[in-house]
Design a protein around this ligand. Sequence first.
Ligand code: M6R
Length: 633
Amino acid sequence: MLHNLFWSVFTALPSEFDFEGIDLCGITGIVSLGRNNIGEILVKCSRKLTYRGYDSVGVAAVFEGKVELRKDVGTVDAVDRLLGLSMMKGDRGIAQLRWATYGPPTKVNAQPHFGCDEAIYGAHNGNIHNYVEYRRELVETGHKVRSENDGELCVHAVDKYYEQTGDMFEAVRLSTRDLKGAFSFAVGRADAKEIYAVKMGSSLVAGVGNNETIASSDLPSVLPVTSNVIYLADGEMLRLTPDTVKVYRVSDGRELDRRPEITTVDIHTAEKGGYPHFMLKEINEQPKVVQDVMGVLQGSKSDRWLKLLEDASKLYLAACGSSYNAGVLGAYYFNRLAGVPLVTAIGGQFEQMYGHTLREDDLCLLVSQSGETKDILNVLNLVKQQQTGRTLGIVNVIGSTLMFNADSYIPMACGYEVSVPATKTYFSQTVILAYLATMLGERNGRLDRQEARRVIGMLSEQLPALAQETIDRTAIIAKNLASTLLGVKDLYCLGYGLTDGVAREGALKIKEICYNHCEGMYSSEFKHGPLSIVTKNYPVIFVTTAEDSWMVINHINEVKCRFGRTIIVGEKENTLEPYVDNATDYLVVPKADILLNPMLDVIPLQLLSYFLSVNLGIDPDLPRNLSKTLTVD
Ligand code: M6R
């Protein structure tokens, strides 16, 4: 049975739906009739956008024709506690959550902003690329620009054209001519019972509720108001009044026929479901994710994906962060199961390393949870512009730029991944890559049919239960181990063979949510320099499969004999036991086939990083300085 959310989002997309996706920051604008507690609903919707940015939050609420603006640095809940955002009175307003790019995360740079006086208010999402020149132009022509934030320029651009035309609709429309970049914004006037919003490359969804309308950066944040939604394309603008949302083309101001449709996406799918953090919830969803993604892979579209792979003379994979780590494991699967090299590169590295060697009949796998990561879209654009090769996206966010623009795409079928650290999407990516490698291996004769069926059977029938067993077995041990690592600021996480990418992923999780330096590395490389760091009790995590443990024991020995502390992740083996100091230093995963083993090994590392993060007083869902989706270079 496929994941309900996945299909409901998928089938909810209208055919003319253009670029949609998630990117930096989140905005929400609401206009209502009769409501006087606009702060409460704006905060409720904004909470759903927390994954987009939590450097600062603000609300502009219009009450009796005056705009009250409250904003500060912090998460929506923190700023709400500090400034009482949800107590703000009014019948309309705009809220914004920021992930800082232009201007540091300070109160003055927080959004929304006012124009020159306090009549026009607004906030944006995205980047204004001509920030420097346009800010200078505005200041030189007398605009009172208060911050270093590019969102303020959107409000001043509207202000500028309002001064010239005296018409808000025209002012909003014309303002987009001055602003370069990919963005969306919402803007209103104190004396007008309407709010405008534009979509120029960043995401925006509208909703028509009962006596209130909304425009917001994604679907879940619209759902607290209504399930009656309108999807927009780039180059479109909205006029929200309490009972209607009208859609217009920005270029000529023509009204478009966009009727709302009922979405079946459930508001609770993006809730924590009783878990203290989304990260823990998402780790626990992994067994289910395997079932869902295997359902997709064994469906009717698979043939198309396999044909792309089969027809390619060379295979490349580009991805970033966790998606890249999954790609590393994928390369081992392709080598082993398909007998085909999968040339793997970090997104930002791809052009300079392989850009000139790509050929027309090559295939580039682009792996991205969000489908909006700029480094990956750069590779997509490179391949398309050069017309060298085909692209196959592996993507979670349905409606993302990667999904729409790759020659074909495989959905990860994970539903929303809210927590900033990737867990279930990494897991799904490794399943997809193992599946593709197996099927390609069968097609090119590397595997006989029986062996290919055996692997596919393991993925669909054994892996969900094994993943669940791994969670059940290792959660408490990981929690206890985490409590012994509280004072540690520096460690290594080493893998060998199939656990190469797994060790990198474990290290990335520890870096990202524990703020520790943790290097993921190939274990045979450790002796070529880094070994000098080992002194008494210096911790080194070894991730191994049963097949490679004979070799990894050498590397463990090299640390152990220098009195370092060794922590092992892998199956239970007598040969490994002498290398652990106590029960918590051995994170034992269930016995499984060598191909499934690396998939299971990542789970205790996810749990270890989670518990360590929580023990350190960090919110693992919202690590500092980061954002779920990075749409910048
Ligand atoms: O959306 P993407 O998969 O393209 O994101 C890539 C990385 O930014 C992402 O995996 C990041 O490394 C994670 N937050 C790590 O947990």
